[in-house]
Design a protein around this ligand. Sequence first.
Ligand code: HEM
Length: 381
Amino acid sequence: VRNTCPVSWTSLNGGHWTIAGYEEAGQAFRNWELFSSERTDSETSAISIGAARIPLMLPEEVDPPRWYPLRRVLAEVLSPAAVERMKPRVDYWVTTVIDRFIQRGKADLAAEFSVAVPSLVTLDWLGWPGDEAAEAASVYHDMSKHPHDAPEYTTAAARFGWLRSRVVDELVARREHTQDDVLSVIANYEVDGVLLPMDEAASIVLLTIGGGVDTTTSLISAAIVHLGAHPEDRRQLMADPSLLDAATEEFLRFYPPARTHARTVAVDGEFAGAEMCAGDRVLISEASANRDDREFPNAEQFVIDRSPNRHVSFGVGIHRCVGSHLARLEFKTSITEILRRLPDFVVDDAGVVEYPNWSVIGGWGTIPVTFTPGPVSGRQG
Ligand code: HEM
């Protein structure tokens, strides 16, 4: 489809345009006036195709001008400088998580590592007290990991209510007693001198968990599975750690955690030769755009030092991922430490389980590995 008709119509999934070409995907992401991210029905996700009934995600599901101030609050707390200050905490969590299984000589690196690290880092960054990281992350991870008709999916979806009420509790507490943390910044954020309504503040926090946790999990898992299957790439990365920056972008291009995003056509108009009508749904495929040979020579090959590599895995335009600096830091620290402390890990291919449905988020539910046991770091928080 990408090669013959980069913008096409399908009657599947209720009918929608599919934008599969690299150039076209970038143009569509940038053109928020034509391709709106706003909901047309308050219950149903605007940014995924299908009828996912999930709570509103801010700032992703609004267009300017409402989008500007909602994005600004996150842009400040996830800026490159703010993420640089998080380095010691990211190091701490990656080390602590590996300590939990390194003496055992075997682990499920999906559940015990790639899910654990982003959830612990994200909740710590928010300033969330106690030990609810695993429970919070599992709400999203379990919905990706299980088919939509599985009881585990229904249970996970039902736990949204628990997570949202915990978020509101934490925000209310920060309004009463401000602390030096990100929850306090969001709870007390004012637009034109007025505090954000509680449901908007809660929605922003939920998106940092939902948008930040299972995506980063997916990227770390992809690299573990890939390095297990491609010893030459592993050897190169271990021999020359300076390759990690380029390799990170190639992992993002080749295994985009967010496979697709959706939009709704705002006004009748023409796009890349297609006549679109207001209200039409549109699927933009990051996964397809990243494999477009017109932008990436030998796009179907994983090239560890690929350059240039202008992939679209963090999106493009105004909604481009605000958490990309944090995601890259978590990913690079994770892979560096896995290769340093579990250098001979072997993936048990027969036990690897991929998500059953890759239409929105791709990833792995189980990655069993064995390795030579090593010592714990003895590191204290
Ligand atoms: C590898 C990890 C990640 C990937 C692949 C990813 C991917 C994306 C993509 C493709 C978008 C654009 C969505 C659109 O255009 O509708 C996006 C937006 C967003 N991401 Fe990420 N993300 C990652 C990690 C994170 C992290 C760690 C956080 C926060 C802690 C985060 C928070 C957000 C937010 C809040 C938005 C909405 C921005 C806006 O609407 O202005 N993401 N992400």
